[in-house]
Design a protein around this ligand. Structure first.
Ligand code: SF4
Length: 361
């Protein structure tokens, strides 16, 4: 759902602020695309409605879409059904719509609890709005994830500690805690290039990352991926599909899919997407280069438990060290380690993982 009420200064996702008319056209197209794949829908186990900001859709439009989806998917087979939200949109009525359609999980973008940082990021919510949204989520008893960011220009250690204290108080089932990445073609990138804002130092970002790991570990969260933490048993089943390089079907603008060892991506321009759907010519025509042996390693090593070397060999009929002999060098350097049959990053290795990945690629 590529719609947002505002555009954040750091965002390079596929998103737009648009009219109700376009949203309605888009939702019709999305249903047509789903119908096109109806045979595949009987096999799915998780659903994730991401964005953009899916919660920015009017309740009626969301309700109508979910009603159609229910006709195509047997909700009894769905083990996890997540929708993303902005705190401003989390109301009792919205929750009622989610429950009516068997949505089990909400992923809410908080990013920070400091007002100056929220303004700097271009977010429209305040810390008070987040607190109200959390109350509503807790009342709903839905499982929920909170997204936070760190290494934001201007962010202090006190800001970080405040966020971590709020996390303790909010007690979410799951936390995604990403280091802010400077993307091309964003307002933030422009501000930094023009020296209007100072970039965040890499050393301080690493300190912040360590503080986050320690604090979250101390309050009962398990880190199971570079940027993801959960209470026991609350790993995101859907995201694990990506990290285990299993098959997924993405529908909608710029959505990507992967099955039969092929990676496909839908158009990024809405006019092209709508035309293609209406001409019945959207057949996932844009194929991306995809090397399953490499991708399994790259995404698998993002998980704290790494990859299973025996399974890897069984799947690809070749030993991973034969394909990527440079891995041995990183074991000698204590950046990677083997435990049982698994290969994983060491704590130190996680912080230098980009260099390891560049070498492997
Ligand atoms: S709400 Fe999310 S998708 Fe929309 S502009 Fe902000 S970060 Fe990007």
């Amino acid at each position: 759902m590529p719609f947002c009420d505002q555009i954040c200064t750091y965002c390079d996702f596929c998103k737009m602020v648009t009219s109700d008319h376009t949203k309605k056209e888009y939702m019709k197209a999305l249903i047509k695309e789903l119908e096109y794949y109806s045979d595949l829908l009987s096999h799915i186990e998780t659903i994730y409605i991401g964005g953009g900001t899916p919660s920015s859709l009017d309740d009626d439009l969301l309700d109508a879409f979910l009603e159609e989806l229910k006709l195509m998917v047997d909700m009894k087979q769905i083990k996890e059904f997540t929708i993303e939200a902005n705190p401003n949109d989390v109301t009792d009525n919205w929750i009622k719509t989610l429950k009516k359609h068997h949505i089990t999980r909400v992923s809410m973008g908080v990013q920070s609890m400091s007002e100056n940082i929220l303004k700097f990021l271009g977010r429209t919510h305040t810390a008070q709005i987040v607190e109200d949204a959390i109350k509503t989520l807790k009342k709903s008893k839905l499982n929920f994830n909170l997204d936070f960011l760190y290494a934001i220009p201007g962010q202090t250690k006190e800001d970080l500690e405040k966020d971590l204290n709020y996390i303790k108080k909010f007690d979410p089932h799951h936390i995604s805690y990403y280091s802010l990445i400077l993307e091309d073609k964003t307002v933030l990138n422009y501000l930094i290039n023009k020296h209007k804002v100072d970039d965040f130092s890499e050393d301080l970002a690493r300190d912040f990352g360590e503080i986050i790991d320690d604090k979250l570990n101390g309050i009962g969260y398990k880190k199971y991926e570079f940027s993801n933490y959960c209470k026991p048993g609350f790993e995101s089943k859907h995201n694990l599909i990506y990290w285990n390089l299993e098959e997924y079907l993405g529908v909608g603008l710029n959505a990507s899919s992967q099955f039969n060892y092929v990676r496909m991506i839908n158009p990024r321009k809405i006019s092209v997407y709508l035309n293609d759907i209406n001409d019945k010519s959207l057949t996932m025509h844009h194929l991306e280069d995809f090397n399953p042996q490499l991708e399994t390693l790259l995404v698998g090593l993002r998980k704290t438990e790494g990859i299973d070397l025996e399974q890897y060999k069984k799947k690809f009929k070749i030993d991973v060290f034969k394909l990527y002999p440079q891995l041995k060098k990183y074991i000698d350097l204590d950046l990677l380690k083997i435990e049982g049959s698994r290969l994983m990053f060491t704590n130190e290795g996680v912080y230098l993982s980009n260099q390891v990945f560049v070498d492997i690629i």
